[in-house]
Ligand binder design. Sequence first.
Ligand code: GLU
Length: 414
Amino acid sequence: MVFTKFLEKIALLARLSVKERKLLSTPDHVWKAVLTVNGKKYPAYRIQFNNARGPYKGGVRYHPEVTEEEVTDLAFWMTLKTAVADLPFGGGKGGVEVDPKELSGGELEELSRAYIRAFYKHLGPEVDIPAPDVYTTPQIMAWMRDEYEKLTGKAAPAVITGKPLENGGSKVRDIATALGGVYILEELLRQVSINTKTVAIQGFGNAGYNAAKFLHKQGYVVVAVSDSKGGIYKQEGIVPEKVWEIKEKEGRLGCYDVGTGSSINEIKKDGSCKIISNEDLLELPVDILIPAALGGVITKENAGNVKAKIILELANGPTTAEADEILHKKGILVIPDILANSGGVTVSYFEWVQNLRHESWDEKTVQEKLQKKITDAFRLLWKEFKKKDQSLRTTAYIFAIRKILEAEKNRGRI
Ligand code: GLU
């Protein structure tokens, strides 16, 4: 498990008792199942880490490399994230070890319904509320809600968030992770100034692509993006929508010629745009680096080569504990995942509230609420961070852990 390394360090700094350490390193429940679709078997998990502050909350990931350890890390981080974002939730996470790209639409639906059949007794609007994560979509959330309601016999829109709008979803939820990250970045740049605003983004899924679009629109120069197959670098900046078009057409990211919009083959002649690897992207000389794909990509091996001034962690767990130390010593400002990507779960919370109150909020309302909530969370941590010589991650961990332990104490559990 990765999270225990971070926790060990925090335990010393925050002088946690043995009992407190044990509580914070042990999930409340680990539910496991093997899902069968068309004769093939897929290991599945729902891990409920802690519910001292409210019902368990967190996404479900479909990925070939999902393991129990990874889901446990992610469930721990959700517990901290909801505390940092000041949401009345605990933390949980789900995952299925599957490559969803290899499934037909029908198989994907069957897998999603099978997931709910396996775990529905442990879920519920006041118990545990799943949501999208890597490679899970609003459509999958709609199937999951439907299956849950079939099994329980009553409407329960608040059992899951990230649903399509017509199925009880919230406006802005689809872009919330990226938008929240951009709000934080803008607030940060009111506190620290940088001369240029070049950005490299690893990951071109929901978080990465939307972040690229928002930042490009706001005048940042997005010089590099990548997906699981590799990336591109263009010094004068890319237009994210055009790169997206190429990805749709050719199945991978590619350079294009600004004048003609023509695609990858022409570019090779034009030396200004280069095909790069995911590893290259992390070491580019940019102002802002945004890991927005999978965990464990900034390690002790490459942290020393990172040249960015600011890292905005839109992915969960992109930086290992050893790399985190190196980045801090180098003076790189890391906005940790549990703050940087909390826009997603924040709008999930708004969706849950709307469902429970039978309301539907307009786009402006949701955006303003998100901006306020996430900016407040950032400012609170920033104030603490300025007082001490510790990283923003350490500050956020200590802040979240104190809140969780206080809730535990008030309940009389410790
Ligand atoms: N999967 C997202 C996360 O890691 C969203 C979780 C949610 O909305 O519950 O924060």
